[in-house]
Design a protein around this ligand. Structure first.
Ligand SMILES: Nc1ncnc2c1ncn2[C@@H]1O[C@H](COP(=O)(O)OP(=O)(O)OP(=O)(O)O)[C@@H](O)[C@H]1O
Ligand SMILES: [Mg+2]
Length: 386
């Protein structure tokens, strides 16, 4: 009979396997689902990952294998993976001190809408800024949170490039005012222009958390969140922090883009977030003479909407005005409301308003004296890069 390590010894050995993103060992993180030590010298381990397509799965595979093989008597290691349940993810978030937002942090925010896409460059940021401006033009209180910390673009879209965020009397960050009173917060207001932000994991989580909880958003009908491209850490963090947020998925009309966008829909489903609808952007170009060219194909938005069984909120054509105004810092819906893209986005805003209740206290019960007496902890400007 071989002298095999005990389960406890295997557990101890696994403490050297660190999750590179969460920067703690997988035992502390309670990601070791099961350990079975067989008399023939083989150890079976199941590790639970935070997401099924976890990019660091290979890291776990080799680190777990190495850690266990060091133990006397072990001749083989079988590693399998599963995924933490929503409940476990939430518990993990709480454990890491980065779970949900404190009661009342967004008490006066009625609707949170994340604007995402599977791939980059489809116009998420342009759509977000213009949708915000269109909602504001229709009398709504609107905030825009730029969750793209690596490639932030909201400061530019609202003509606020190079501006700095200030702290209000209650020690909360004051959003900058874009056109039509849209409140904007972006990492661009905290760092030097062109400085690279490389955070992932906890730092990133902390920054986003601060953007939600330490910003004086006040009363908002809509908080729009401009997501970075792809389906990564940011979405996961926001899903944890904002379980009631809804997703709007931007796609271009060609079938390939639509497949990629489908991925972000899958992610929304996994994270238990509701998809409110699809916006097709870059849906053709019409010449001043009225001739129409489907530059990026046609029909992708409709297909995706059908597949997800959600409404196609609208199709936004390619126009020069939209591009120029995005660069120029005044959303096209305000600068040139007659522009075809501006009209499409204004119609989408109307549709969103029709879909979303006006004053539903989604986030938390209102806190007495929000914005004053609720003794917020002084945090100054100390974002995690400080
Ligand atoms: N309907 C449109 N008509 C003309 N130009 C557009 C349109 N939509 C987006 N653009 C242009 O396409 C470029 C990419 O748009 P934008 O930055 O909004 O995309 P994004 O999805 O946010 O990109 P990223 O993934 O990098 O965050 C910008 O130059 C923008 O002005
Ligand atoms: Mg963007």
């Amino acid at each position: 009979m071989r002298d095999m390590p005990t389960r406890d010894q295997v557990t101890e050995a696994l403490r050297e396997v660190i999750d590179p993103e969460l920067r703690r060992d997988i035992v502390t993180l309670e990601m070791v689902r099961s350990i079975e030590v067989h008399p023939n010298g083989v150890v079976d381990v199941t590790v639970s990952l935070t997401t099924p397509g976890c990019p660091i799965r290979d890291h776990f595979q080799s680190a777990v294998d190495q850690a266990i093989r060091k133990l006397d008597g072990v001749v083989g290691v079988n590693i399998s993976f599963d995924v933490l349940s929503d409940e476990e993810k939430r518990a993990l978030g709480v454990k890491l001190g980065r779970g949900s937002l404190p009661e009342g942090a967004l008490a006066q925010v009625s609707n949170v809408i994340c604007v995402g896409s599977g791939k980059g460059g489809v116009g998420k940021s342009s759509v977000t800024a213009n949708l915000a401006a269109a909602l504001a033009a229709q009398g709504k209180q609107v905030g825009v949170m730029d969750a793209d910390v690596w490639g932030y673009s909201q400061p530019r879209m609202f003509g606020l490039n190079g501006e700095r965020a200030k702290v209000g009397p209650n020690h909360k960050i004051l959003p900058l005012q874009g056109t039509d009173g849209v409140k904007v917060v972006s990492i661009g207001f905290f760092i030097d222009q062109d400085a690279a932000v490389v955070w992932r994991g906890p730092m990133l989580h902390k920054a986003l958390q601060q953007f939600l909880e330490d910003v004086d958003w006040g009363a908002l009908d809509y908080l729009l969140i401009d997501l970075p491209p792809g389906t990564g850490d940011v979405s996961m963090t926001l899903a944890q922090l904002l379980p009631d947020a809804r997703f709007v998925i931007v796609t271009t009309p060609q079938a390939v883009a639509q497949k990629v966008a489908r991925r972000s829909a899958d992610m929304a489903a996994k994270l238990d977030l509701e998809v409110a609808g699809v916006i097709e952007n870059m849906a053709g170009f019409t010449t001043p003479a009225g001739e129409s060219f489907p530059i990026f194909g046609a029909g992708g938005g409709q297909l995706l909407a059908e597949e997800l069984d959600v409404p196609l909120l609208g199709q936004v054509p390619l126009t020069m005005a939209l591009r120029e105004q995005s660069d120029g810092g005044l959303p096209v819906v305000l600068a040139q409301p007659q522009d075809a893209a501006a009209q499409a986005i204004s119609a989408i805003a109307q549709r969103l308003i029709a879909m979303t209740p006006v004053a539903l206290p989604m986030m938390a019960a209102p806190e007495p004296g929000v914005g004053g007496s609720a003794s917020p902890k002084p945090m100054g400007m100390s974002l995690p890069m400080a």
